[in-house]
Design a protein around this ligand. Structure first.
Ligand SMILES: [Zn+2]
Length: 187
């Protein structure tokens, strides 16, 4: 039989890896929807998988009018899917008792719980940044650009700037230099 701390360490790693994969898949599926606040087969399957009912046609029209998204699944639906993912892994994490084991295992468990705590609020902000128009619009853009040198052509956010190249998880925060999910440096 394996020592207790090794088994716990593996359980924590397993939740961490699955959580990261689930979050990455949900973010990519939501962002891949071409029609603003729309639905495509990939997103529909994602909602079904996590038991999330699509918003009504009326709510969809309200979201489009209020948020004027450029693309991507409706933020309400994305948030519901993220909440379902976080809840599933929070329940799994709570079942792990890392108290009275190696301090490194306990520290890792604490980090995983921290990641589960911060993901929903930070990820929805990151998602809005990726699918909603930038605040300020053209005027703010023109002012910011006054006197500045030539900029590279705007191609819009790409998946590589939105996600970590190491693990594929979405970037939680544009100011993060290290991926919260795998510790790799973000470029
Ligand atoms: Zn990563």
């Amino acid at each position: 039989m394996k020592p207790k701390h090794e088994a716990l360490n593996q359980q924590i790693d397993a939740i961490w890896i699955q959580f990261r994969a689930d979050i990455g898949a949900a973010f990519n599926a939501a962002h891949a929807v071409q029609e603003p606040a729309g639905v495509d087969p990939g997103w529909q399957a994602m909602c079904q998988h996590w038991g999330v009912a699509p918003i009504s046609a009326e709510e969809r029209q309200q979201v489009i009018a209020a948020q004027k998204p450029l693309r991507g699944a409706a933020t309400m639906e994305f948030l519901a899917v993220v909440n379902a993912i976080v809840k599933t892994h929070r329940i799994a994490s709570k079942k792990i008792d890392s108290w009275d084991t190696h301090s490194s295992v306990e520290a890792k468990h604490t980090r995983l719980n921290g990641l589960l705590e911060r993901t929903d609020t930070e990820l929805i902000t990151a998602y809005k940044g990726a699918v909603l128009p930038k605040p300020g619009g053209m005027f703010a853009h023109a002012m910011a650009g006054a006197g500045a040198g030539p900029k590279p052509a705007q191609t819009g956010p790409t998946t590589s700037t939105l996600s970590c190249r190491g693990c594929g998880a979405p970037r939680l925060n544009t100011t993060d230099l290290i991926c919260a999910y795998c510790d790799q440096q973000l470029v």
